[in-house]
Write a protein that binds this ligand. Structure first.
Ligand code: 3HC
Length: 291
C-alpha cells in the first residue's frame, strides 16, 4: 500500500468530497494522504464526526503496520477540513467527488449547486456505483467536466478507480481523471456509461447467485464463501462481501439493473426479506453472519 504520493504536484490543489460515509471518508483520506488539501462535507456534525473517526481508525491501522509515522498521521488528519456548508465546500475546489446516497434526485440537486458554485474548470466526479453519469451530468451547463470516479471499499486498500465516461464527458476530463487516480496511487479502468458499469454489474451478479444458492440449500453460507475464497482465491466470499458492502446497497443496485438491463438481475427473495428485517450486513450487526 502506498501511503504518500506525488506531494509536490498536489499540495496546492483542493479536493472536495461530498459525503462523509464509508466511501466519502475513505476517499477524503486517500486524497489527504496524496497531499491534496481536502474538504469533506456532510449534512450534519454527527455524520462528519463519524467520518473523521473512520479516517482516524484507518490511519491508526497504517501506523500500527509501521507504514506511516505519527507526525504524518497528524498532518494527514489536519489537511482535512470539514464543513456542513455545501457552497463553502465547493467554491474553491479543483476536484469535487460526490459520494452522497444513491438517489438520482439528490444527485441532481447537488450537481445543480455545483454548476452554480464551482470554478468553471473544476472536475466534477461522482462515486455512484451504478447510476447514469450522463443523467447526473444533465444537471450542469458544461457536462464535459462530469465523470464517474468509482472507488472501492476499503478505499485506502483497494487499488482500483473505475472511471466512467458519460456521453458528454470530454477527453480532457478522462485524461485528467486518469492522472488524478494515479496521483492517489490507484490504477484506473475506463468504462462506458452503462448501468452497473463493469464492477457493480459483475459483482452483484455473483452476489445474487450466491444468495439464490443459499435459498436453494446448495450449501451453508460459510461453505459458499469458502468455495470462492479457496477455489477462486477471492479475498472474501460473495456473501461476506455482501455483508461488507451492505445488503441494502446491493438490493438497490439489483433493482436498478433489473429496470435498466433485464430480469437476470431480479433480486433474490431472501435478500428483500433480510433488508426488510433490517439485516443490512456489518453496519447493522447482522447479515448472512452476525457481527
Ligand atoms: N484502512 C487501512 N488499512 C486497512 C483497512 C482500512 N480500512 N482495512 C484493511 N486494511 C489493511 C490491513 O491493515 C492489512 O494491511 P497489511 O497488508 O499491511 O497487513 C490489509 O489491509 C489486509 O487487511 P486484513 O489483514 O485485516 O484482512 P484481510 O487480508 O482479510 O483483508 C480486506 C481485508 C482488504 C477487506 C479484504 O478482505 C478484501 O479485499 N475484501 C474484498 C473487498 C472488496 O471486494 N471490496 C469491494 C466492494 S464493492 C465496492 O466497494 C463498490 C461499491 O460501489 C459498492
Amino acid at each position: 500500500m502506498l501511503v504518500l504520493h506525488a506531494m509536490s504536484e498536489t499540495k496546492n490543489q483542493q479536493v472536495t468530497v461530498l459525503g462523509a460515509g464509508t466511501m466519502g471518508h475513505g476517499i477524503a483520506q486517500v486524497c489527504a494522504q496524496a497531499g491534496y488539501r481536502v474538504v469533506m462535507r456532510d449534512i450534519n456534525d454527527a455524520a462528519i464526526a463519524r467520518g473523521m473517526e473512520g479516517v482516524g481508525t484507518s490511519l491508526d491501522r497504517i501506523v500500527q503496520k509501521g507504514k506511516m509515522d505519527a507526525a504524518t498521521r497528524a498532518a494527514v488528519l489536519s489537511s482535512i477540513r470539514t464543513t456542513t456548508d455545501l457552497v463553502d465546500a465547493v467554491k474553491d475546489a479543483d476536484v469535487v467527488i460526490e459520494a452522497i446516497p444513491e438517489r438520482m434526485e439528490l444527485k441532481l440537486e447537488t450537481f445543480r449547486v455545483l454548476d452554480a458554485s464551482t470554478k468553471a474548470d473544476a472536475l466534477l466526479g461522482t462515486n455512484t456505483s451504478s447510476l447514469s453519469i450522463s443523467d447526473i451530468g444533465s444537471a450542469v451547463r458544461d457536462p464535459s467536466r462530469v465523470i464517474g470516479l468509482h472507488f472501492f471499499n476499503p478505499v485506502p486498500v483497494m487499488e482500483l478507480v473505475e472511471i466512467v465516461r458519460g456521453e458528454k464527458t470530454s477527453n480532457a476530463t478522462v485524461e485528467r481523471s486518469r492522472g488524478f487516480a494515479t496521483s492517489l496511487g490507484k490504477k484506473s479502468i475506463l468504462v462506458r456509461d452503462v448501468p452497473g458499469f463493469a464492477t457493480s454489474r459483475l459483482g452483484v451478479a455473483l452476489g445474487a447467485e450466491a444468495i439464490r444458492m443459499l435459498e436453494d440449500g446448495v450449501a451453508s453460507a460459510p461453505d459458499i464463501d469458502l468455495a470462492m475464497e479457496l477455489g477462486y482465491r477471492h479475498p472474501m466470499g460473495p456473501l461476506k462481501l455482501t455483508d461488507f458492502v451492505g445488503l441494502d446497497v446491493r438490493l438497490a443496485i439489483l433493482e436498478h439493473l433489473t429496470r435498466e438491463i433485464g430480469p437476470q438481475f431480479t433480486p433474490p427473495e431472501l435478500l428483500r426479506k433480510m433488508v426488510a428485517e433490517g439485516k443490512l450486513g456489518r453496519k447493522s450487526g447482522e447479515g448472512f453472519y452476525k457481527y
